[in-house]
Design a protein. Structure first.
Ligand SMILES: [Zn+2]
Length: 307
């Protein structure tokens, strides 16, 4: 993190002619120049670089009215395997494949090429320029996919925070998510190995970030984000609340094992409906507020943000 005093926005702008390749595109109004004062100012900046280019993220402090409590509706959000985000009111938030079929094919092609080159390389000799070109191409595709995911997450979480007053999610557990791609004993998932890999890298990470974004976006609007314990949400019937191991027969379908109920529906949607009920029956986890201080023996005190 760069300190605020090292960031001179005006100078960056003026140096455009000196460095013609650095083009700045502002996506937000920043409190600089005559717009800046004691309460509205830039307090830090971070230069982020990926294979497609760079961007600067500014940390800004502004004075804003404390949002009043938000009486908006309550919703449960569940990240699924067959549905990216399932909401308890039946709403479904989807997105195209990450990466697209074409990108996936290109990734595979470049990865195979890179592996071939690596195999040909003689021991002790430096990597030539050509493999590096292949690595760059791989990195660019991955960066494109990541940017697309970030965009979708921001739009989706903003829309959820604007629509609902209370948002209930499962407490983060990536191991749960990876497990569910394996399907069930009776009906194992397709391409389990690939999907498990994809889950770890994209889905698991995506859900963690979705919750992170929701946390501040909901709070900023006066709403509240509640986390409930996750175990069993996929096995609990949203209709009669019977928990039966094996109720989740397939990845997509949920069939209640209670013969008196027999509710059938999408498994992700079922879990999304179970989540707010747990919250209403008093199962919310209390998140650690503010910042925690982690002490390290030799490095002094390192602040760490609590989840
Ligand atoms: Zn049931």
């Amino acid at each position: 993190m760069t300190e605020a005093r090292q960031v001179d926005v005006a100078r960056i702008r003026r140096s455009r002619s000196a460095a013609p390749r650095a083009r700045l595109r502002w996506t937000k109004d920043l409190p600089v120049g005559k717009h800046a004062d004691k309460h509205h100012r830039i307090t830090g900046a971070r230069l982020a670089k990926d294979a497609l280019g760079r961007h600067i993220a500014f940390r800004v402090t502004t004075l804003a009215q404390v949002p009043g409590p938000r009486p908006g509706p309550e919703v449960g959000v569940d990240a699924g395997i067959t549905i990216p985000l399932a909401l308890s009111d039946g709403e479904v938030v989807e997105h195209g494949p990450w990466p697209t079929k074409k990108e996936e094919a290109r990734l595979l092609h470049y990865e195979q090429r890179a592996a071939r080159r690596k195999g040909h390389r003689k021991k002790g000799r430096r990597t030539g320029r050509r493999p590096h070109k292949t690595y760059d191409q791989i990195a660019r595709i991955r960066a494109t996919v990541k940017r697309r995911r970030d965009d979708w997450q921001h739009k989706t979480t903003t829309s959820i925070a604007e629509t609902y007053g209370t948002v209930v999610v499962e407490a983060l557990s990536i191991t749960n998510m990876v497990k569910s791609a394996k399907g069930t004993a009776e009906q194992p998932g397709e391409n389990v190995a690939q999907k498990a890999g994809l889950n770890r890298s994209i889905l698991g990470e995506a859900w963690g970030r979705t919750v992170q974004l929701l946390a501040y976006k909901v709070a900023r609007r006066g709403g509240r984000l509640a986390e409930v314990p996750a175990p069993g949400t996929s096995q609990e019937c949203a209709q009669c609340h019977t928990v039966t191991a094996g109720s989740r027969r397939t990845q997509a379908g949920f069939v209640c094992n209670d013969p008196a109920c027999g509710w059938e529906g999408n498994a992700d949607h079922n879990a999304a409906r179970t989540v707010p009920r747990r919250y209403r029956t008093g199962h919310a986890l209390v998140p650690a507020a503010g910042r925690a201080v982690v002490r390290r023996a030799s490095h002094g005190v390192k602040p760490a943000t609590a989840r």
